[in-house]
Design a protein. Structure first.
Length: 81
């Protein structure tokens, strides 16, 4: 039986959402523009998978500073998937 609960948005996910708002772009348009699967962007926002390749690509496209990605990776490394 599958749970109807959604995974909460991670701090990195909120950063993604904030940058998308600043760029006035929705998630679907962002994914289409930068050829990122929508499922992987969702994984990054909710922290359900590591998606390392796409994390770097999203970070580069949204012009994150390295410290944001580092803090996210450091926080997530304490937890198992």
């Amino acid at each position: 039986m599958r749970s109807n609960q959604r995974n909460p948005v991670t701090p990195f996910g909120w950063e993604i959402k904030q940058k998308l708002i600043e760029k006035r772009m929705d998630q679907k348009t962002f994914c289409t523009t930068y050829q990122i699967p929508a499922s992987r962007l969702s994984n990054l926002i909710h922290g359900t998978r590591k998606a390392k390749r796409y994390r770097k690509q999203v970070s580069d496209c949204l012009e994150f500073k390295n410290n944001v990605c580092y803090l996210f990776l450091k926080a997530r490394s304490k937890h198992k998937y």
